[in-house]
Design a protein around this ligand. Structure first.
Ligand SMILES: Nc1ncnc2c1ncn2[C@@H]1O[C@H](COP(=O)(O)OP(=O)(O)OP(=O)(O)O)[C@@H](O)[C@H]1O
Length: 248
């Protein structure tokens, strides 16, 4: 469903060119829970920003169901963005709005009728297990509850893909486990394809059926999680798995 072909992203800053992604190729299938793992600065967030159309590739292409994202403008771009929900590490909630208002936010343009929006929000809050917090403000919630609100909001427009940027790295291990279970349930119940950016091998092991390992702007290994972790070929995968890696 998502095809990344020869994707390169170069930033120009004061110190010169930074190659954040170099000739990246990847296929993400419908229904996958796809983990993208790598060290800090490897290019993970840049890839997610390119996938969510927040960043334009320098060269190469990303297609969603055969449509090149770079060719989209106006209504087509808005419609495609609605097919992709994004969940961030820092939750990105509107602090002055209630949980209900946060989840309703993406629906404001779509549905004029208040009753319809409220019914949809109730459904989403039930899905993430937060029905009783609808009238609370984000400051009254725990980190895990805030992330549940962010997930409900990302699902409001019934996206086909959920892009998650380090969704659990601000959370303790038990809360991480609960959030990963929730993402797994959403994948199964709603058949939403999930892409998770992470630096934590435990996250990939817990829920990803596919994984790609990124090392300084390039993918070094990708495929079925179980196979790759059983027989890692790249030094970066071995390092992430906690193996001793010989210096060359
Ligand atoms: N807007 C920008 N301008 C210049 N360089 C950038 C910009 N955004 C990212 N970079 C650089 O691109 C490289 C990849 O950054 P990116 O944020 O994608 O890495 P990451 O793997 O997500 O790291 P982390 O896990 O620490 O968030 C880094 O060298 C970073 O400094």
């Amino acid at each position: 469903m998502i095809q990344i072909s020869h994707l390169t992203k170069i930033f120009n800053d004061k110190s010169g060119e930074v190659v954040a992604l170099h000739d990246v190729n990847l296929e993400i299938g419908r229904g996958d829970i796809f983990g993208i793992i790598g060290m800090s600065g490897a290019g993970k967030s840049t890839l997610l920003r390119c996938l969510s159309t927040l960043e334009k590739p320098t060269s190469g292409a990303i297609t969603l169901d055969g449509v090149d994202l770079a060719t989209l403008t106006g209504k087509q771009l808005i419609d495609t963005r609605r097919k992709m929900g994004v969940v961030f590490q820092g939750f990105n909630l509107l602090m002055q709005r209630t949980v209900r208002q946060n989840v309703a936010f993406p629906l404001a343009l779509e549905r004029a009728d208040r009753a319809g929006v409220n019914a949809r929000v109730d459904e989403l809050l039930e899905l993430v297990g937060l029905s009783e917090k609808a009238e609370s403000y984000p400051s009254q919630l725990s980190g895990g509850q805030k992330q549940r609100v962010a997930i409900a909001r990302a699902l409001a427009t019934s996206p086909e893909v959920l892009l998650c940027d380090e969704p659990t790295s601000a959370l303790d291990s038990l809360t991480t486990k609960n959030i990963l279970e929730l993402l797994h349930n959403i994948n199964r119940k709603l058949n939403v394809t999930i892409v998770i950016i992470t630096h934590e091998i435990a996250v990939v092991k817990a829920i990803c059926n596919k994984v790609a390992v990124i090392d300084t702007a390039e993918f070094v290994e990708w495929g079925d999680t179980a196979e790759i972790f059983k027989n890692p070929r790249s030094d970066m995968t071995r390092l992430l798995l906690g193996y001793e890696v010989m210096k060359k």
